[in-house]
Design a protein around this ligand. Structure first.
Ligand code: CP3
Length: 332
């Protein structure tokens, strides 16, 4: 347990906790090296030795306060028997969705397929490098999982409405059941915080928020709290983070880079995470730090976890990440 958890629990910390979404990824040459020899991404996620090594790679370089498991939100459709592949320069490509087949998949089968993830968590949480630091587990939000499972690839911008004619209630129940199973197993093996990634929240019509975002996410948050750990929610590009927080009641909220941080600081009282545009890491050092300082100043009187408004992008120079982390750690 480290200062990330302290901050989420409203305790004072000696410095501002910092970690990054996609901190383990293609911007690191040591990741690309492993990845080039492991062309099947799912197999790599399900190799506990390699996924542990990748999870810890950023901690060996930077003074960050948490590791996030090297895994993927699409392991849930994979565990439910939907085909999931990652194609170079395309992203995820899923197979046809057969709801009847998915409903037949037992909890034991799911657990067996995802067991390497729990092995990874078990091994990683015991590593000395995580002493006094947190290990973040995660799941995709229901809506984002539905988007991938029904759309079978990353959605194009625009409004998605899959639900005008179809009733997906049984599928939704099965996904929520699987999310809970996956969360429970992650926590029991040593995940100390769970982040819920609802990356495509911004694509949903507001009149559907209650059914596809608020209600299912609240259920997960309550479940996570009942396990004795904290839930960070990232409903990316949602219309109102304030309404989301009031309804879902996460322990902390992660914000995107399009929302105005000043407005967030005025309206939201719970611990806040993230916000800075990942593209700022591509700028000249002083420009990057100027932007980081903006977030640090705005949230000076808040519980704040430094992170970005989305994942680190592959073109990022790791040296800039180091400079940024050192800056945040020294900020008073
Ligand atoms: O370091 C970390 O943040 C932990 C690992 C992590 C990955 N995926 C590894 C990954 C996490 C937390 C995720 C979550 C995830 N996966 C999300 C939610 C967060 C977000 O980015 O919005 C989503 C939508 C996915 C689905 C997914 N996985 C996509 C759309 C892609 C392809 C696009 C891309 O960025 O490459 C992936 C592949 C993926 N997941 C990679 C990594 C490191 C890149 C794999 C590679 O090609 O080497």
């Amino acid at each position: 347990m480290g200062i990330l958890k302290d901050c989420i629990n409203n305790k004072n910390t000696n410095s501002i906790p910092v970690w990054f979404m996609r901190q383990a990824g293609r911007y690191l040459p040591e990741f690309r090296n492993i990845r080039s020899k492991n062309t099947n991404f799912i197999d790599l996620c399900l190799n506990p030795n390699l996924s542990k090594e990748i999870t810890l790679q950023p901690l060996k370089r930077f003074k960050i306060d948490a590791a996030i498991i090297f895994s993927d939100i699409l392991l849930i459709p994979y565990a439910l028997g939907q085909k999931v592949e990652f194609e170079k320069n395309f992203g995820p490509r899923l197979g046809d969705l057969n709801v009847n087949d998915i409903l037949k998949v037992s909890d034991d089968e799911i657990k067996k397929k995802l067991n390497p993830v729990y092995d990874l968590i078990n091994k990683t949480s015991q590593d000395d490098i995580l002493k006094n630091k947190d290990l973040i587990g995660f799941v995709g939000g229901l809506w984002t999982l539905l988007v991938y499972m029904l759309n079978k690839q990353s959605p194009k911008k625009g409004n998605i409405d899959f639900f005008s004619n179809q009733n997906h209630n049984i599928l939704i129940k099965k996904i929520i059941h699987t999310q809970k199973l996956h969360i429970k197993n992650q926590v029991s093996k040593g995940a100390s915080v769970i982040q819920i990634f609802d990356s495509w929240a911004g694509l949903l019509n507001q009149d559907k928020y209650e059914d596809y975002i608020y209600k299912p996410t609240k259920e997960l948050v309550e479940f996570i709290k009942s396990l004795g750990v904290e839930a960070i929610c990232f409903p990316r590009n949602i219309k109102s983070y304030k309404e989301f927080c009031q309804t879902v009641k996460p322990n902390a909220i992660c914000i995107d880079y399009e929302v105005d941080p000043i407005e967030i600081a005025e309206k939201i009282e719970i611990p806040i995470q993230g916000g800075m545009n990942p593209n700022f890491l591509l700028l000249e050092k002083n420009e990057m730090l100027k932007n980081a300082r903006k977030y640090l100043e705005i949230f000076k009187n808040h519980k704040y976890i430094f992170n970005l408004g989305h994942g680190v992008i592959p073109q990022t120079n790791p040296e800039n990440v180091k400079i940024l982390v050192d800056y945040v750690k020294e900020f008073k």
